[in-house]
Each structure stands twice: as structure tokens, then as C-alpha cells.
Design a protein around this ligand. Sequence first.
Ligand code: HEM
Length: 160
Amino acid sequence: MFIDELMLARALHVLGVVMWIGGVSMVTTVLLPAVNEFSQTADKVTFFERIEKRFAWQARITTLVTGLSGFYMLFVMDAWWRYTQITYWWIHLMTIIWVIFTLMLFVLEPLVLHRWFLEKAQNHPDKTFALIQRMHWILLSISLIAVIGAVVGSHGGRFF
Ligand code: HEM
């Protein structure tokens, strides 16, 4: 068996994506709808926070692994020029998604979003959870489009 550095980076990249985007999918399609079934706001907030707190750590680590392995692949393949070609839109999309999540998980969530969520959830629970649900659906949808684009594109497929 022979595995070179590019294959290893690709394997780590996909592993990171599976755990990270899979987790986002679970939160969006299972956790948030389950939260909505609680009648008491306090129960909603406690349940959501407990699970999201654990996932946030996993997401931070898997986001790091995905980003580092992604940039490493671009470095090994010397493929930075792809950022200048629209055919490689999926490289742009992957990078944009990574930047959004990195900002949210490492900067906005600890500094601003957590406090904002607790305050808003107390005063307007339905509106707040509906907004969170909508944001999760948007992020999940663009992440899945990036996955499809990246798998097809990495294996020689062209969309236009
Ligand atoms: C900093 C961010 C990222 C960079 C620099 C990056 C870079 C790359 C590179 C260079 C490849 C290999 C392309 C090739 O072999 O031609 C790749 C593959 C891939 N990436 Fe990313 N990526 C990033 C983030 C993401 C994100 C956020 C996702 C998921 C939403 C993702 C999903 C994938 C998938 C599914 C593949 C295809 C693996 C395969 O089928 O071989 N990447 N990425």
C-alpha cells in the first residue's frame, strides 16, 4: 500500500468535512425541530445550549482540520491559480464557507453571538429559534452544494 502526502491530506479533508457538515446537518434537521417541541422557553434554551456547546468544540477542531488540509492540498498541487478561474467556483465556495464558519466559531460566537442568543431567546423565543433554524438551513444548503461541486470538480467533472 502506498499513500502520499496529497492522499493523506485529502483523506483528512474529507474526514473533517464529514464530521463538521454532518454535524451541521444533524443540528439543522434533528436538533432544532426537536427543540421546537418544548413548550417552556427555559427548556428550549437549556437543551439547545447543552448540545450545541458540545458540538461547537467538535466543529472548531474539524473546521481547523478541513481548512489546514485544504490549503495544504492547494500548496502541494501548486493550485492557487484556481482562485482566478470561475470554472473552479467550488474552490471559492469551499473557502467562503470555511471563512464564515471560522469567524462564527472562533470570533463571533464566543464574543457576541452567545450573549445575543441568551438575551433574544428570553425576550422573543419563537422569533429567535426561527431565525437560527433559517440560518442553519442556509449554511447547510450552501455546504451541500460545495460538497457536490468539490467531488465532481476534483474528479475531472466540469459544470460549464
Ligand atoms: C479553506 C477551505 C478549503 C480549502 C482551501 C479546500 C481545498 C480543497 C482542495 C484543494 C481539494 C482537492 C481538489 C482536487 O483534488 O482537485 C478539496 C476537495 C474537497 N473539498 Fe475542500 N477545501 C476547503 C473547504 C471545504 C469545505 C468547507 C468543504 C465542505 C463544505 C469541502 C469539501 C471538499 C470535498 C467534498 C472535496 C472532494 C474530495 C474528493 O472527492 O476527492 N472543502 N478541497
